[in-house]
Ligand binder design. Structure first.
Ligand SMILES: C[S@@+](CC[C@H](N)C(=O)[O-])C[C@H]1O[C@@H](n2cnc3c(N)ncnc32)[C@H](O)[C@@H]1O
Length: 298
């Protein structure tokens, strides 16, 4: 589509955004206006207020780049891969093709995890399947006294999470490997919190995912409850008595993951997201860490 203003014609940004939004909507893109705004803010290096108060239209170069980005978005490329960034809690994270894009609903996982270890000073935390580092970095940001480790089987994710940690000067040790395997032996039995947003889409549900979700790595998406089961079986070796396992789940996985948790953990809870859908399961190893309080502060 053409977004450049003819010479001498003043074009308000609101008109550019409206036309671009209509174009995206016609191609079935969700949240078309917000998408057009996000792409323009990125291309023009401005925020929303700057965008709408701008008196001139787009020059030839910006119009060409904007047109190309709109086209890529219509072909199923997630907007976050086009802008290279995503807001997660208080952090702006670098995002790149080949790595899972952090979702707002995962903020509930961080809140449930931070609440679980609220009564412990200097907690040892491991984020399994860290992707961009979103969960590990948000926890370190909220709990600067925590010793935070993060793992991922994807080298692209490890590289990106490491660069996001540097970008925010957050001291998180990111390691390549399967589940808790890359964590040093010295930490075995000392961990206060294992937290994870594992791949949990059921294999049968993959084909019906939207194109922009399928643009993310298959290994970051698909797993059903396989990873939850592995985490329940492998975490107890790493947790100290009373240590917590907190995981994100699909909204239909609550009862199944609860019963898997109840086989080895206590104080098991299924927590809903803001829309009331099951989103997080947490439970702790029996026993108590001296000086620690439980998740409800008792
Ligand atoms: C759903 S994404 C979550 C990423 C990030 N924690 C977030 O919430 O934005 C799942 C992540 O787990 C990683 N992963 C898949 N299998 C794994 C395994 N066996 N061990 C560690 N990480 C794994 C994927 O590469 C992907 O980055």
């Amino acid at each position: 589509m053409t977004t450049e203003a003819p010479a001498g014609t003043p074009v308000r940004m609101s008109a550019v955004i409206r036309r671009a939004g209509d174009y995206l909507a016609a191609h079935g893109v969700q949240s078309p206006r917000a998408t057009a705004e996000a792409l323009l803010m990125y291309l023009l290096g401005t925020d929303r207020a700057g965008l709408y108060s701008r008196s001139e239209g787009l020059d030839t170069r910006a119009a060409r780049l904007f047109g190309r980005a709109l086209c890529q978005r219509c072909h199923g490329i997630p907007v976050e891969y086009l802008t290279g960034r995503q807001q997660f809690m208080d952090l702006t994270l670098g995002v790149a093709p080949g790595v899972f894009v952090p979702r707002p609903e995962t903020e509930g996982l961080v809140e449930a995890a931070v609440e679980a270890v609220a009564g412990r000073s200097g907690p040892v935390v491991v984020d399994v399947g860290t992707g961009t580092g979103a969960v590990a970095l948000a926890i370190k940001h909220l709990r600067p006294d925590a010793a935070v480790w993060a793992t991922d089987v994807s080298q692209a994710a490890v590289t990106l999470a490491t660069s996001n940690a540097l970008r925010h000067s957050l001291d998180v040790d990111v390691r390549l490997g399967d589940l808790l395997g890359p964590i040093p032996e010295a930490v075995r039995g000392e961990v206060d919190l294992v937290v994870s947003n594992p791949p949990y889409v059921a294999r049968e549900a993959y084909d019906s995912l939207p194109e922009e979700v399928k643009a993310e790595p298959y290994e970051a998406l698909v797993g059903g409850t396989r990873f939850h089961r592995r985490l329940v079986s492998e975490s107890p070796d790493w947790l100290r008595p009373g240590g917590w396992l907190v995981v994100e789940i699909g909204d239909d996985q609550g009862p199944e993951v609860r019963s898997v948790f109840e086989a080895g953990l206590v104080e098991v809870e299924v927590l809903p997201d803001l829309a009331g859908r099951d989103r997080v399961v947490r439970g702790r190893l029996p026993g108590a860490t001296p000086g620690a309080t439980s998740a409800d502060g008792s």
